[in-house]
Design a protein around this ligand. Structure first.
Ligand code: AP5
Length: 209
């Protein structure tokens, strides 16, 4: 199965992807994670991407497309994958369509005021990569592996405001793009996490995908 998770920053794409891949048995490919790893490792891609990411802008298409092409060529992608945060521009969507046919695009809908609350409290484990929220881990310790939690630089208020503007302008048009192709499944991302997961899985099952 080949899936895309679409939605504004903080909609819960990563949270839901982590859960859904366990049930579907396909790898999660998060372009945000690939870029953050490149930054951490200090690769040429990472150096080029840093300024864009930290200000909340999109990384140029050519950088992201190279990164995705390299990842999709790996053997674990042979039987499908879940794309989390890609594509994010019409140009990226068209490039993807030239190399792969998607089965469904899950659009996780969450209003801006909820996003701001979620992102200001988001915490990420530097050791295992698990994403959580201060409300769920008030002691600052990862509930999965017990290591300290950190905050993403692009979760500061000005970067979040910019990410919302960028999403509306560059990524939101993909909703109509995939709707016209009959691939879009919209789910209410404001529900409790388990309810969102169950709705996504039920909608995929209904489609027989
Ligand atoms: P990326 O890492 O993809 O960030 P994003 O799309 O902005 O999405 P987030 O990771 O912020 O949020 P999410 O939807 O995964 O939510 P999460 O599950 O964490 O990209 C970062 C940057 O990299 C971009 O700004 C750009 O610069 C660059 N980039 C990446 N891909 C690119 C591309 N294709 N092209 C160009 N540039 C690219 O949840 C958020 C919080 O909410 C968490 O604390 C979580 O615990 C909580 N939460 C989740 N679900 C619920 C729920 N149902 N109820 C209550 N709380 C919830």
């Amino acid at each position: 199965m080949k899936l895309i998770f679409l939605g504004p920053p903080g909609a819960g794409k990563g949270t839901q992807a982590e859960r859904v891949i366990e049930r579907l048995g396909v790898p999660q490919i998060s372009t945000g994670e690939l870029l953050r790893r490149a930054m951490k490792e200090g690769t040429e891609t990472g150096v080029k991407a840093r300024g864009y990411i930290e200000s909340g802008a999109l990384v140029p298409d050519e950088i992201v497309l190279d990164l995705v092409a390299e990842r999709l060529a790996q053997p674990d992608c042979q039987n499908g994958y879940l794309l989390d945060g890609f594509p994010r521009t019409l140009n990226q969507a068209e490039a993807l369509e030239r190399v792969a046919q998607m089965d469904a695009v899950v659009n996780i809908q969450v209003p801006d005021e909820v996003i701001v609350k979620r992102l200001s409290g988001r915490r990420v484990c530097a050791a295992c990569g698990h994403t959580t929220h201060v409300d769920l881990a008030p002691d600052g310790v990862c509930p999965k592996c017990g290591k300290p939690l950190t905050q993403r630089k692009d979760d500061d208020a000005s970067a979040v405001a910019n990410r919302l503007v960028v999403y509306a302008k560059q990524t939101q048009p993909l909703i109509e793009y995939y709707e016209k192709k009959g691939l879009l499944l919209s789910v209410d991302g404001c529900q409790e996490m388990n309810a969102v997961t169950e709705e996504i899985l039920a909608r995929l099952q209904e489609l027989g995908r």
